[in-house]
Structures are given as structure tokens and as C-alpha cells.
Ligand binder design. Structure first.
Ligand code: ACO
Ligand code: ZN
Length: 166
């Protein structure tokens, strides 16, 4: 599976985010998603959960994608007790660089760190019910839709809450 990831994402590199990448990450988030955050939000996730904060670097060094997570203790969706759950807070890849396996690779790296470094036994996320590409990606990774969060987004759109065991 790892070999296939490398073959598809030709010349790209997935690596942990460094402090100097955070403004690029914020820019990509601004361009690609309606859910945007102040610089300190990115910085806080990087400080607290940096081992599950990754960027995708194109040949030449330009940052073209990111994933950032938060570790939370909450009732499990797959166990009837409190679990450590890796919340996928945000993932995005610049449009020109999509469909090359980067989204999948970013998720795979983050999930591995959430499990191995942060001892999470589950992962969850929210996604717009109309966001076909992202929902397909998460289903491919084994996420199941747990429930609909009505009027979750500021513009009134619903979210699917999706989760999977790690
Ligand atoms: N249509 C259908 N399925 C898709 C699509 C699409 N447009 N894009 C990806 N997928 C699915 C496919 O199953 C694909 O596998 P395949 O290419 O072998 O068919 C699989 O996802 C993996 O695709 P990748 O190439 O790894 O994904 P990509 O690098 O294009 O990134 C992403 C996917 C991150 C969702 C990208 O489309 C994006 O940045 N979108 C805008 C930002 C966004 O919506 N982020 C998610 C918000 S929710 C959250 O952050 C928790
Ligand atoms: Zn969320």
C-alpha cells in the first residue's frame, strides 16, 4: 500500500509541519474551505498535536496540502466508554494537485500518528453532506457515518459526523 501511495504521488513528499509552514497552511485553508481560522488556532494545534499535523510538499518545495488534528477524550462511537479520539479538524489539497493520492496519504499518515503517538482508539470528523470528494475519501479509509449534525455550518448546511476505529 505504501509503494502504491508513493507511485501515485510522484515527487510529492508528506512530512510533519514545521512552524515556518503554518502561514502557507492557513493560506491553503483560506483558498479551499469556507471554515477558516486565525493564525493562533493553527499554531495551537501544531504545538499540542504536531505529530499528527502534516503537509504535502510538491517538487520544488511548495506546500500544496495539509492535515491537522486534535486529540479529545469523549464517549466512543464504537466502545461504550470514554476513548481517546483523533479529531480530523481540517484537511485540504490545492485544486491543481488533487486526485494524485495526496489526500489519502495525508489521512494515512495522520491516522498512524494518532494511533501510535497519541494512543487514540478512534477517529472522527465532520464533513458537509454535499462534499462528495471528501466523503468518498473518508469512506475509502473505513469511516462510517454516525449521524447528521443539522445546521452545523454557519451557512446552514448539515454535516455528517463520520468515525472509525483505529
Ligand atoms: N470525486 C469522487 N471521489 C473522490 C474525489 C472526487 N472529486 N476526490 C477524491 N475522491 C476519493 C476517491 O475515492 C479517491 O481515490 P481514487 O483517486 O483512487 O478514485 C480518494 O478519495 C483519494 O483521493 P486523493 O487523490 O487522495 O484525494 P485528494 O488529494 O484529491 O484530496 C480532498 C481530497 C482533501 C477532499 C480534496 O478534494 C480537497 O482538498 N477538497 C477541498 C477541501 C475539503 O473539502 N476538505 C475536507 C473538508 S472536511 C474536513 O476537513 C474534516
Ligand atoms: Zn471538526
Amino acid at each position: 500500500a505504501k509503494k502504491r501511495l508513493q507511485e501515485r504521488a510522484q515527487g510529492y513528499r508528506i512530512r510533519n509541519a514545521e512552524e515556518k509552514d503554518l502561514e502557507d497552511v492557513r493560506q491553503i485553508n483560506m483558498i479551499t474551505l469556507p471554515e477558516n481560522y486565525p493564525s493562533y488556532f493553527f499554531r495551537e494545534l501544531w504545538i499540542k498535536y504536531g505529530k499528527s499535523f502534516y503537509v504535502a510538499e510538491a517538487p520544488g518545495g511548495k506546500i500544496v496540502g495539509y492535515i491537522m488534528c486534535r486529540v479529545e477524550t469523549k464517549p466512543g462511537y464504537f466502545k461504550h466508554f470514554l476513548v481517546r479520539s483523533g479529531h480530523i479538524v481540517s484537511i485540504a489539497v490545492l485544486e491543481k494537485h488533487r486526485r494524485k493520492g495526496l489526500g489519502y496519504a495525508l489521512m494515512a499518515y495522520a491516522l498512524k500518528s494518532l494511533y501510535e503517538e497519541y494512543n487514540c482508539s478512534e477517529s472522527y470528523l465532520e464533513v458537509r453532506v454535499t462534499n462528495k470528494p471528501a466523503i468518498s475519501l473518508y469512506e475509502k479509509l473505513g469511516y462510517k457515518t454516525i449521524k447528521i449534525l443539522h445546521h452545523y455550518y454557519l451557512d446552514g448546511e448539515d454535516a455528517f459526523l463520520m468515525a472509525r476505529p483505529l
